[in-house]
Design a protein around this ligand. Structure first.
Ligand code: CMC
Length: 434
């Protein structure tokens, strides 16, 4: 136990007194360790949505939602996004330290050498409808990697764990680009390993065999930065899904496929797609007030997509960087008057001064701006969450590895407050009353 740890005090349940130990992390709130509560009192705790529950110890990512701080392995997201590149961030998340120049060169080389997918994956893709949502294709194709790479599914072997990790980081751009190409009816473009990670991905998405394709370095840098911003976000829904799936001993490809499925939802990774659709639906700044009114109406399920966050009760630090990246991309592409950006800026201005949003601390989140940027780069809305999944893969893997390598790890098994029927006897169908 470190300096912050100690005993919180005693709670009395049904006449039994129980000491509740407190554990302190390196920064952030302390936790009350209730792991012995059931054994000592016969009671569970109740916390739907895990709003007050830490499910694990982790050394990877730290968020201070009140201050708007995000750190990967202690490094502020602003510094990493400004000065680093995505593969360096991957190395940092996986190994805990920034790489030396030699380590970085070796890591980049290893990732690059795994970018191709088994050629039979091409046949696997042919089974999908052309109009399938690319996230559906990603859930299936990443899950299917375990059917193609049997030599890296033994989670008890550290070497296999590492190869599976490298394979997933390297192959996600290839699969994501294939999902896109398939949806537009163009031939798959093989990776080109003399390009860097993000430039290679842009080429696999937008090159066609009949023309030379030159990667725009400004767009590649902007997308690389977007990947850094999305690389990890501690114990969010998809990461918790990956950990829970992995806690049973499932292979890493299956676990990441589970994470992708969870990410798809509009309250999580699907929000960037939903935010852009909302901006398009609003259309012009004069229509904003009616959408704000709907968002505030308790009887209307509509929410302002791209606003609010479970953890950030201050400006999402990623949104600030994203906003700048949006302007860089639009300037590079010569888009001066983007009506969506006009709507976004005005919506942001109104929401940030509106009592409802101020009181509930609903600030723009990263998804508010990422959609505009990705659209300007040429990605269709259906690909937005795919790009999020691509970038988040390293975070999921780092969290999965951390869990597997923790000797105290056990299968995740939440309990429940049962509110159904108590025990009753079976009635044969002929005797049941209509
Ligand atoms: N528009 C209007 N009202 C909102 C919004 C919104 N976007 N978000 C929250 N509220 C209200 C909500 O109605 C509730 O009001 P009340 O207290 O009167 O019932 C209050 O704010 C608290 O909301 P909550 O649903 O209890 O908060 P939560 O922490 O469970 O939800 C959230 C967080 C992100 C799911 C939610 O803010 C939301 O649905 N936002 C829109 C979707 C979105 O942009 N998601 C992307 C999140 S960032 C990317 C990622 O990490 O995946």
């Amino acid at each position: 136990m470190d300096a912050k740890s100690g005993t919180a005090g005693t709670i009395t349940v049904d006449g039994k007194s129980v000491d509740m130990p407190v554990k302190g992390g390196s920064i952030g709130p302390q936790v009350v360790d209730i792991s012995k509560l059931y054994a000592q009192t016969g009671m569970f705790t109740y916390d739907p949505g895990f709003t007050s529950t830490a499910a694990c110890e982790s050394k990877i990512t730290y968020i201070d939602g009140d201050e708007g701080i995000l750190l990967y392995r202690g490094y502020p997201i602003e510094q990493l996004a400004e000065q680093g590149d995505f593969l360096e961030t991957c190395y940092l998340l996986l190994y805990g330290e920034l790489p030396t120049a030699a380590q970085k060169a070796d890591f980049d080389y290893r990732v690059t050498r795994h970018t191709m997918v088994h050629d039979q994956m091409h046949r696997f893709f042919q089974g999908f409808r052309r109009d399938a949502h690319p996230m559906a294709v990603m859930v299936a194709s990443v899950g299917a990697l375990s059917a193609f790479y049997h030599d890296s599914t033994d989670i008890s072997d550290p070497q296999q764990r590492m190869i599976a990790s490298m394979r997933m980081i390297a192959k996600m751009p290839t699969l994501a680009a294939m999902a896109y190409k398939y949806s537009v009816g163009q031939p798959f473009v093989y990776p080109k390993n003399d390009l860097d990670y993000t430039a290679n991905f842009l080429r696999m998405c937008f090159a066609v065999p009949c023309e030379e394709y030159k990667v725009n370095p400004v767009l590649a840098r902007a997308l690389d930065r977007i990947f850094i911003l999305h690389a990890d976000h501690e114990q969010n829904a998809s990461t918790s899904t990956v950990r829970l799936a992995g806690s049973s001993g499932a292979n890493p490809f299956a676990c990441i496929a589970a994470g992708i499925a969870c990410l798809w939802g509009p309250a999580h990774g699907g929000a960037n797609e939903a935010a852009l659709k909302m901006l398009e639906e609003i259309g012009t700044p004069d229509r904003i007030p009616q959408f704000i009114a709907r968002a505030k109406d308790k009887n209307d399920p509509f929410r302002l997509m791209g606003f609010g966050h479970r953890v950030y009760k201050n400006y999402d630090p990623r949104a600030k960087i994203m906003q700048k990246t949006t302007h860089d991309v639009l300037a590079e592409l010569g888009i001066k008057d983007d009506p969506l950006l006009d709507v976004a800026l005005e919506l942001e201005r109104i929401a940030l001064s509106d009592e409802y949003f101020v009181e509930k601390k609903l600030y723009p989140n990263i998804d508010f701006y990422s959609g505009i940027t990705l659209k300007a780069m040429g990605f269709p809305t259906s690909m937005f969450t795919v790009l999020f999944a691509l970038a988040r893969t390293v975070g999921w893997i780092a969290q999965w590895k951390e869990m597997i390598e923790d000797p105290s790890q056990k299968i995740g098994r939440p309990r429940q407050l049962y509110t159904g029927e108590p025990k009753r006897d079976y009635i044969p169908v002929a005797q049941r009353r209509a």
